[in-house]
Design a protein around this ligand. Structure first.
Ligand code: ADP
Ligand code: MG
Length: 256
């Protein structure tokens, strides 16, 4: 994560990490992503907000090809997303994803959850994979839980394990899709703090969240979606103090 000496918000094209051009996707008659143009630069933290059903999850899922697109182009580090096989597995490792529902492997220990991808996709040595996993678990504050099973952990702990599991792959970018929405209120901050720390260390992040405090403090840019479109993009300061579109004004009036 120290590789990110690149200045945040740099406009040099070489700093572009994730680029979506004219991306369209339908679910049957529903035009869920409409002409999406989005460039995420290295080290940038982009918070995606918008009403339920606006396409935020689908947008995230297209970036690691959990969903295909109908037209347009998505590149990561200048390369189009691979279609299948080992290349696709590597893409999914490069693009770490943390979901609302922690999605840990229930029948594997915490440690095994964090070593599995390293062994299978990165072909890491077992001992080194375990050392790395323990260091990451320490870093997210669950080092003492390594030998337990997910169900023995609180939601906040499970979500921090999910973050460690993604980080174990040395991702180029991390996608978070409402990572705290399923958590009891007292556990939200422990997860947001880990994310805040990652942001400060220069991780490139796309975060779908309703946590506006996090958006204000961690985001370089807020992307507001409605009805499958990016309606507005701004710095958090601009967006929260002076939203331009009626859709954003209406949305903010309901949640703030
Ligand atoms: P958000 O995350 O902003 O709430 P989603 O991306 O989950 O929005 O969903 C956008 C729209 O697409 C919603 O109307 C949802 O019902 C629909 N949708 C999402 N996934 C599917 C799917 N696999 N099949 C059909 N419709 C879907
Ligand atoms: Mg969603």
């Amino acid at each position: 994560m120290t590789e990110v000496a690149v200045a945040k918000n740099s406009t040099a094209s070489t700093s572009d990490l994730v680029v979506l051009k004219s991306v369209n996707k339908h679910f049957g008659a529903l035009h869920v992503l409409q002409d999406i143009e989005l460039t995420i630069t290295r080290g940038e933290v982009v918070v995606v907000i918008g009403p339920s059903g606006s396409g935020k999850s689908t947008l995230c899922r297209t970036i690691n090809r959990l969903e295909t697109i109908d037209s347009g182009e998505i590149t990561i580090d200048g390369k189009p997303l691979p279609q299948e096989g080992r290349e696709l597995a590597r893409l999914r490792a490069d693009v770490g994803m943390v979901f609302q529902s922690f999605n840990l492997f229930a029948h594997k220990t915490v440690l095994e959850n964090v070593t599995l991808g390293q062994l299978k996709v990165r072909k890491a040595d077992k001992k080194q994979a375990e050392e790395k996993a323990r260091a990451l678990l320490d870093r997210v504050g669950v080092g003492t839980q390594a030998d337990k099973y997910p169900a023995q952990l609180s939601g906040g702990q499970q979500q921090r394990v999910a973050i460690a599991r993604a980080l174990a792959m040395d991702p180029k970018v991390m996608l978070f899709d409402e990572p705290t929405s399923a958590l009891d209120p007292e556990m939200i901050n422990e997860v947001l703090e880990v994310m805040q720390q990652l942001a400060q260390e220069g991780m490139t992040m796309v975060v779908v969240t309703h946590e506006m405090g996090f958006a204000r403090s961690a985001a370089n840019r807020v992307v507001f979606m409605a009805d499958g479109r990016i309606v507005e993009e701004a710095t958090p300061d601009q967006f929260f103090s002076n939203p331009r579109s009626d859709r954003a004004k209406d949305f903010l009036s309901k949640i703030l």
